[in-house]
Design a protein around this ligand. Structure first.
Ligand code: NAD
Length: 358
């Protein structure tokens, strides 16, 4: 039987609750499609701070490095908010991304037509649902470029950050976008600010070069300010959006909002090594932890992405995505999706329904 080694870092707050549902659905998928997961759980985030004094212990990192994929819940919470920044749970997130060399963040936004009313956009803009994916570069650009400093200049205090990209950094992320588009609706929107920024002009040049190898994929370039407008005005025009780190940071949060609920949004981070990381886009939601109110779908869809990208179990991934859509179309909702007077089901019940639908 095919077997895959997976590290599970359930983390804090609602992390363990939603991850438990993902494992339930993954087990059901394995039974149906003939594979098994060799799961190793490890401490991460606040839980690891309590035990070892730091958010990403060496033992956890070792388990991750030896695994094909990491399935992460969420970290953080008020208990650890007063700690120095270097040992806060969130520091573990940055550390694990760096240690695993994760440079591509994939954030699909999909909202079935049956749930279009939860999007803050006008009904006519989302009546056919939403289905696009943002591919964000994670390790370059303004957040990491050198020099980066504050200093005393002739006109007083000054600060500098540097937006730099190498050819290779652009090439590898844009290639991922084209490969993804080939499996989807075959359209890539490359987002830049090439009317102003030199790094964007290089981005555009390399993207055009890569496009030649994918004649079946339509490429369009869009300025980032226009893209922000278009996401709100006509989001269904997009299939795959690819962009640099800071633009992606901002656009992915905008996209998360138009998707209606954080509880529906999965993510994948792919890298240079063999281990990729999969996690819901939301945090540990301490305000609802332990109440059975968390929506497990973001985590379950992250697990589906894991099967697709890290285990090549494409059929099983699609089956999970279809099961989620079916359950939502049947009208089942967790608290975050339900209106004020509407009934809702618990985290565990949602997990059960999706596993059954499989
Ligand atoms: P959050 O994403 O945890 O919560 C924001 C709001 O969305 C809350 O009202 C919460 O109840 C709701 N929500 C989030 N996920 C939900 C789900 N699955 N189902 C239903 N409702 C959901 O963001 P926050 O409140 O800003 O942060 C809480 C903690 O999480 C902080 O310590 C923060 O640092 C941490 N955080 C962790 C990650 C991560 O682990 N990747 C990401 C963001 C924030």
């Amino acid at each position: 039987m095919r077997s895959y080694k997976i590290a599970v870092l359930a983390g804090d707050g609602i992390g363990p609750e939603v991850t438990e549902q993902s494992l339930k659905v993954l087990t059901a998928a394995g039974r149906k499609f003939g594979f098994r997961l060799d799961i190793q759980e490890a401490d991460f985030g606040g839980k690891a701070i309590d035990k070892f004094g730091l958010p990403l212990p060496e033992s956890t990192l070792k388990i991750c490095r030896e695994s094909r994929a990491v399935l992460l819940g969420a970290v953080g919470g008020p208990k650890w908010d007063e700690l120095p920044v270097e040992i806060r749970p969130e520091k573990g997130l940055l550390a694990i991304r760096k240690e695993l060399g994760l440079y591509a963040n994939l954030r699909p936004v999909s909202l079935p037509p049956s749930l279009s009313e939860i999007s803050p956009l006008k009904p006519q803009l989302v009546e056919e649902g939403l289905n696009f994916i943002i591919v964000r570069e994670l390790t370059g650009g303004l957040y990491f470029g050198q020099p980066r400093k504050r200093f005393e200049g002739p006109r007083g205090r000054e600060a500098v950050d540097t937006l730099s990209y190498t050819e290779e950094e652009i090439r590898r992320i844009v290639t991922i976008a084209f490969q993804l588009a080939q499996q989807r609706r075959k359209k890539v929107t490359s987002v830049d600010k090439a009317n102003v920024l030199e790094s964007s002009r290089l981005w555009r040049e390399i993207t055009n070069e890569i496009a030649k190898a994918y004649p079946d994929v339509q490429l369009e370039h869009m300025y980032v300010d226009n893209c922000a407008m278009q996401l709100v005005r006509n989001p269904s025009q997009f299939d795959v959006i690819v962009t640099e780190n800071m633009f992606g940071d901002i656009l992915s949060d905008l996209a998360a909002m138009i998707g209606g609920s954080l509880g529906l949004l999965p993510s994948a981070s792919l890298g240079t090594g063999r281990t990729s990381l999969y996690e819901p886009a939301h945090g540990s939601a301490p305000d609802i932890a332990g109440e059975g109110k968390a929506n497990p779908i973001a985590s379950i869809l992250s697990a589906a992405m894991m099967l697709r990208f890290s285990c090549q179990e494409k059929e099983a991934a699609e089956a999970i995505e279809k099961a989620v859509e079916k359950v939502l179309n049947q009208g089942w909702k967790t608290a975050d999706l339900a209106g004020k007077e509407e009934k809702y089901i618990s985290t565990e019940e949602m997990g059960d329904k999706i596993a059954e639908a499989l």
